[in-house]
Design a binder for this molecule. Structure first.
Ligand code: PEP
Ligand code: MN
Length: 453
């Protein structure tokens, strides 16, 4: 790309140049002084992640683009402060570790694990206000903004929640780093990441068989070489969240000594949601200036020209691993939309990682008022994504999922064939329905099959 075009597309950027763009999906704080105070405090707190980690993740994502690695991204739709506890965090890690082992073994490819965690506290909403029984209150925008309870005081956006979000993110990351460094993911100790509540599960059984096959091979290799095989005791995790709350993201976007440019040090891998991916968007503006790898959600409504503008704006140097396109169409909508976008990217010679989000295009409501998703549609969208990429000479690099390690009943179907009547039993999500442990593991086994088709 010539410098002239580059300049034209990418005029000067600063950490607050987003304020001159179209700002969407932000809370209205009643007290400006309290907001400024919270932001000043936040701006002085230490980073949550380092530039070295961010650069390493970008390198891994370049390998994903080249077909040498598979990306598994997963976690809550909306994290909640109340769920920041030992068992929920470790169960979420366990399910991601188990899924990645199924894929590493089944696809014979390394993976990169990214959690929707340690900062996934801000949610875009379709309406600013929510009305119940004649009362209208500001919508719940995630724990970083206000509280979910339908109560006047609870729904007032409070800037101190940004500080809480920072602290909860730090606690979550601290626990994850300690577990991983301490050998939690050691292949010689699969009992560390066994999920206690699972009994008589077909997939859990299948998984245990796979693990014993792998541990046998490891022992064999160790006997053969006469010493322990190194590097089996730890795995890497990276954090990701939707970079939705612009004040918060700006406060964590900083320069780093001995590095050029700015880094978002609140997460490794921020992404832009579908509702804020317009080219005039303040979100696109803030994220185009940082060195982190970036994700952007695209869907049925994404025009080809818009996609080119997005890629050139967010990845002006066409760097490999920098930009991940996360497509979410819904099962049955892939064939009619994805080939067009793949061809657009190929024609313009743009470097991207393609990732499938099979969750957000498959949301529906039941007759008894639950927001849900059918396992078969989720699985179908992943299968179709693999196929369409292959048919068009492109590569599906990964999946982006909403899941939990808990025994929730939020998505229908799966091995236990959850029905509408089952949803009320354990429906605990704050926003979107998540795959439970068994459904997530089942999907990992299917991904392994789709990968080879
Ligand atoms: C999400 O990832 O939770 C989300 C809101 O997705 P999207 O932007 O694709 O609608
Ligand atoms: Mn969601």
């Amino acid at each position: 790309m010539n410098t002239h075009a580059h300049k034209k597309l990418n005029p000067e950027w600063s950490v607050d140049s987003w304020k001159h763009k179209t700002i969407r999906q932000q809370p209205t704080y009643p007290d400006q002084q309290a907001l400024n105070q919270a932001l000043a405090t936040l701006g002085d707190l230490p980073p949550l992640v380092t530039s070295w980690e961010i650069i390493r993740l970008k390198k891994y994502l370049a390998e994903v683009a080249a077909g040498k690695r598979f990306l598994i991204q997963g976690g809550d739709c909306a994290e909640s402060f109340d769920d920041c506890n030992s068992s929920i965090i470790s169960n979420r890690l366990k399910v991601l570790i188990q899924m990645s082992l199924v894929i590493i073994h089944g696809c014979q490819t390394p993976v990169v694990r990214v959690g929707r965690f340690a900062g996934q506290y801000a949610k875009p909403r379709s309406a600013d206000m929510e009305t119940r029984d004649g009362q209208s209150l500001p919508s719940f925008r995630g724990d970083i903004v206000n509280q979910n309870t339908f109560d006047e005081a609870a729904r007032v956006p409070n800037p101190d929640n940004m500080l809480k979000a920072y602290h909860y993110s730090a606690m979550t990351l601290n626990f994850i780093r300690a577990l991983v460094d301490g050998g939690f993911a050691d292949i010689r100790h699969p009992e560390y990441w066994d999920i206690a509540w699972v009994q008589h599960s077909k997939n859990a059984e299948k998984f245990r068989e796979l693990v014993s096959k792998i541990t046998e091979s490891v022992h064999f290799a160790e006997v053969l070489v006469g010493r322990p095989v190194n590097n089996l005791s730890s795995v890497e995790f990276f954090s990701a969240h939707e970079a939705l709350h612009l004040h918060y993201e700006q406060a964590l976007t900083r320069r780093v000594p001995r590095q050029t440019g700015y880094f978002n040090l609140g997460t490794h891998f921020p992404w832009i949601g579908l509702r804020t991916n317009q080219i005039d968007s303040a979100h696109v503006e803030l994220l185009r200036g940082i060195e982190n790898p970036i994700g952007v959600k695209i869907g049925k409504e994404t025009e080809s020209d818009h996609l080119i503008d997005l890629c050139q704006t967010l990845n002006p140097n066409n760097e490999a691993g920098k930009l991940t396109l996360v497509h979410r169409f819904g099962a049955g909508n892939i064939e009619s939309n994805l080939p067009r976008l793949i061809k657009t990217v190929q024609k313009a010679d743009l470097n991207v990682v393609w990732c499938a989000d099979p969750m957000h295009g498959n949301t529906e409501s039941t007759s008894n008022g639950y927001k849900t998703r059918r396992f078969e549609n989720i699985s179908k969208e992943v299968e179709e994504s693999f196929k369409v990429h292959k048919d068009n000479g492109s590569l599906l690099g990964g999946v982006h999922l909403e899941l939990t390690g808990e025994n929730v009943t939020e998505c229908l179907g799966g091995a236990r064939a959850l029905q509408e009547a089952d949803l009320s039993r354990a429906y605990t999500t704050q926003v979107d329905p998540r795959l439970n442990y068994e459904q997530a593991l089942e999907l990992a086994f299917s991904i392994k099959d789709f990968y080879h088709q």
